[in-house]
Design a binder for this molecule. Sequence first.
Ligand code: 4AD
Ligand code: MG
Length: 482
Amino acid sequence: MKRWKIAEVLGKEGQQLVNTSVTVKGWVRAFRSNRFIQLNDGSCMATLQAVVDFEKFDELVLKRITTASALSITGTLVESIGTGQSVELQVETIEILGDANPDDVQKTVMQPKRHSLEFLREQAHLRFRTNTFGAVFRIRHNVAFAIHTFFNDRGFFYLHTPIITGSDAEGAGEMFRVTNLDAKNPPLNEDGSVNFKEDFFGKPVNLTVSGQLEAELAALALGQVYTFGPTFRAENSNTSRHLAEFWMIEPEVAFNDLKDNMDLTEDFLKYICSYILQNCAEDLKFLNDREAQEQTQKPQNERNELSLIERLEFVTNNSFKRLTYTEAIDVLINSNHYKKKKFKYDVSWGIDLQSEHERYLVEKEFKCPVILTDYPAQIKAFYMRLNDDNKTVAAMDVLFPGIGEIVGGSQREERYEILHRKCEEFGIHPEELSWYMDTRKFGTVPHAGFGLGFERMVMFVTGMSNIRDVIPFPRTPQNAEF
Ligand code: 4AD
Ligand code: MG
């Protein structure tokens, strides 16, 4: 018999199924009074109520219907007389697909009660069964789908860039080495250093920190491309916004300048927010109410001014504030916050903005998403286009409320000589990047792109405050458990 998804049964299609026989399969969320089974199959947040006539069933079977056990139920779908749901299932047959021992369930996040996110993180393999994580991961899927739709609709090509790479795009030097040499007994050079010529690729290689440089090559032929893949950073940042393994979306567009790049970013981020508002109403409402409930536990001055749904609507409906780094430094220095010495880190032209500075600009000063541009050259990557002032580069960072930096990007340096000089200034050997430098010799053109941190975007649209709670299996320092 066809298996119906609970989302279908409770949705519009379900109306046509009333008074017919329907089979559903899922996991028991609750079984009350030996009569009411709440079944969830992950297709949506809601559970389907299945009503058992216990006189018709063997007591041994009823005993096995416990929270978390898996069932296949066939029955007649009827209009529900109770409140809450339009339909319910009058059970005819039940097959127990998988038992769950109540004593074991007691110790896990599947026990139906409110658990702390920390406890849920310890059971990352089971937390998918909770309402919160069901909602988060359904929304995560929709964000990914929205991203592909956005670019596909605009004629971008999805480019798969390598995960194993010999280059360090960001010049950050915080990479994971990939090797199959014997860690205990590696081949050595005469000077005692490891001889990577004997390694798998004949040279040292790492997990990629970004697909941008490869994407630039493709953009300078295909016109407009985007990557969407895993990236890896071995920085020892144990914050609520950093992962060692995260996903990044990197569009790259030939003939775009910084202004075009900002326009594309803004359209893109608005599109994602409005897509989620339109397509994830049930999950979004759950997370919205969950956050609202949590807010009541906080002191008044720490509460969000807008609810989750209001924040998404706000981003969709309002222009982002655009200003230069230099203007932002002035705003910070002239703020009462600065005068009252409330920043932990000092502010002066040339500093890399700290997250407290970024959050001040977004949350206190402008109260909207902010795009900062034209940063000092020395604090940004070598590939960013040098401005005419010879001091700043055509960089842009997008800062979001509650998140801080969500996007980093720039117009790229398309002039061979300047790029060559910048490489040397940054201690990068241009010969090692010849495959990249070459594009500037064969019909170089202005071009621009950016990187969106996928998990930071999912944080924003779900309202989750820790990045570990928006990726199925988080990798952070000292943690790769599941
Ligand atoms: O600013 P980043 O380092 O920029 C780049 O990698 C460029 N190559 C992008 C480009 O121009 N094509 O990283 C881009 C974004 C950040 O704004 C942030 O949202 C996210 O990636 N990100 C992280 N997310 C989670 N954990 C980390 N450790 C992250 N590091 C960066
Ligand atoms: Mg950045």
